[in-house]
Design a protein around this ligand. Structure first.
Ligand SMILES: Cc1cc2nc3c(=O)[nH]c(=O)nc-3n(C[C@H](O)[C@H](O)[C@H](O)COP(=O)(O)O)c2cc1C
Ligand code: SF4
Length: 440
């Protein structure tokens, strides 16, 4: 991990973001001058598909879409003898609130995204790449479509790529604005033209995905890491960031770099790239400028809105998969949402609960009913009509929802609000109906 001299800022590392800010970085001409598709060529000419997968496993790259699953392991699940076509699906739904990192990649370096998808396609013998982009990102869709057109004309995409036997095309599919379509199997249903209802797993998409065919689904940022890993080798990637915990045989650590964002009540919201190891405090205070003048930070959700909150005094934890779990939160999308002391936490909970109730697809009873119950109870408390029994009811409700549904949206609906209720209980109690002394 990078050594940081005392008193200096944790340094930015530019692997994914090396072309951000370069004029016309999204054009094939500029991208190729800066090395685009050289690693695709290296993979096609010098490596077998299995060697590419081995490098991915060595890199210990973990998915950047939120769940942190090891990418090389996922690629290894694709059956080698499939008589059906194999697909790569790039998850560009970026639907998590407060998250806007994939957008930077698609708009500023679409050829990097495409090159990562193509190397992945070569590794698992896929013949088509689907890029599922959220419909609210017309700029990303336009840049990707332009990149596909240019790449096809230059024969780095399409038939017999770069004169080899490998052929692969790419289709951009625009979503229609549902959060649950970012969940990988909801995404597949939507891609197939149906309602975005997540599927029961197994079968996992790597075995039975889009249109019943083996499909590797990875996040935009995950796939954008692939060219660098092919260029430098998996070990060079694994040597960066936070290594596995030697006392925990299950720990995978957090290797490589990560795009990290900050939004909410800070002076300079934005996205930066760091080797894993920066603390939440360094990210928020040194890069996002800290709280607005005269304000104090009250709570931070480290990754999107779906993770438990941290208090200001808890921010010295590293932005890493395992570190944040140990701190009883989670990395999620690594795009932090900051709330300052002007925020009413009961109102914040009502707002968060409304989002999840609105986005639940309705298939599972605990999620469909539970999310609405949570929202109603917070609304009641916020309106000054709640009672102590409502707080007990919430605590009773949460375990009836999490872990009992098809997809993780239900957990995402519980985790942030439960942590807020625990850490800011006094704010909820202050809004409860006051029972007159002597009343029973
Ligand atoms: C409700 C919900 C929404 C999700 N939204 C996204 C999303 O917008 N983008 C994304 O990459 N992953 C999202 N995920 C995670 C995906 O299901 C999946 O884990 C990910 O695309 C796998 O890619 P990775 O291994 O590269 O992270 C979401 C998961 C859930 C439960
Ligand atoms: S958990 Fe919620 S969003 Fe996910 S499948 Fe069930 S009802 Fe739909």
């Amino acid at each position: 991990m990078t050594d940081k001299p005392p008193g200096t800022k944790y340094p930015e590392t530019k692997i994914l973001s090396r072309n951000f800010g370069v004029p016309e970085s999204w054009t094939l001409k500029v991208a190729r001058e800066r090395g685009a598709y050289a690693n695709l060529e290296k993979a096609l000419r010098e490596m077998t598909p299995d060697q590419v997968i081995d490098e991915m496993k060595k890199s210990r790259l973990r998915g950047r879409g939120g769940a942190g699953f090891p990418t090389g392991v996922k690629w290894g699940f694709v059956p080698k003898d499939s008589d059906k076509p194999v697909y790569i699906c790039c998850n560009a739904d970026e639907s998590e609130p407060g998250t806007f990192k994939d957008r930077y990649l698609m708009e500023l370096d679409p050829h990097l995204v495409l090159e990562g998808c193509l190397i992945a396609a070569y590794a698992v013998s896929a013949e088509r790449i689907w890029i599922y982009v959220r419909g609210e990102y017309p700029g990303s869709i336009a840049r990707l479509e332009q990149a596909i057109e240019e790449a096809t004309a230059a024969n780095v995409l399409g038939d017999k790529i770069l004169g080899t036997d490998f052929s692969c095309d790419c289709v951009v599919h625009s979503g229609a604005g549902a959060y649950v379509c970012g969940e990988e199997t909801g995404l597949l249903e939507s891609l197939e033209g149906k309602r975005g209802h997540p599927r029961i797993k197994p079968p996992f998409p790597a075995v039975e995905g889009a249109f019943g065919c083996p499909t590797v689904i990875n996040n935009v940022e995950t796939l954008s890491h692939v060219p660098w890993i092919v260029e430098h080798g998996g070990q060079a990637f694994a040597d960066q960031g936070i290594g596995p915990d030697p006392d925990d045989p299950k720990s995978m650590g957090s290797s490589g770099t990560k795009l990290m964002g900050v939004s909410g009540q800070v002076k300079h919201p934005g996205v930066w790239e760091f080797e894993f190891g920066i603390t939440v405090r360094e990210l928020i205070y040194d890069y996002a400028g800290g709280p607005l003048d005269g304000r104090k930070i009250k709570a931070v959700i480290p990754g999107g809105v779906s993770m438990p909150v941290l208090l200001d005094e808890e921010l010295d934890v590293k932005m890493g998969f395992d570190d944040l779990v140990k701190a009883e939160s989670g990395l999620g999308t690594a795009c932090a949402i900051v709330m300052d002391d002007s925020v009413d936490m009961v109102e914040a909970c009502e707002n968060i609960a409304h989002f999840f109730a609105d986005e639940s697809c309705g298939q599972c009873t605990p999620c469909r009913e539970g999310c609405h119950w949570i929202e109603k109870i917070f609304r009641r408390i916020n309106a000054g009509e709640g009672t102590e029994a409502d707080l007990d009811l919430l605590e009773h409700l949460f375990p009836q929802i999490e872990g009992r549904t098809i997809c993780a949206l239900a957990e995402a609906a519980v985790w942030p609000v439960r942590s807020i209720l625990v850490k800011f209980r006094h704010e909820f109690e202050a809004k409860l109906v006051k029972t007159p002394v002597g009343a029973s």
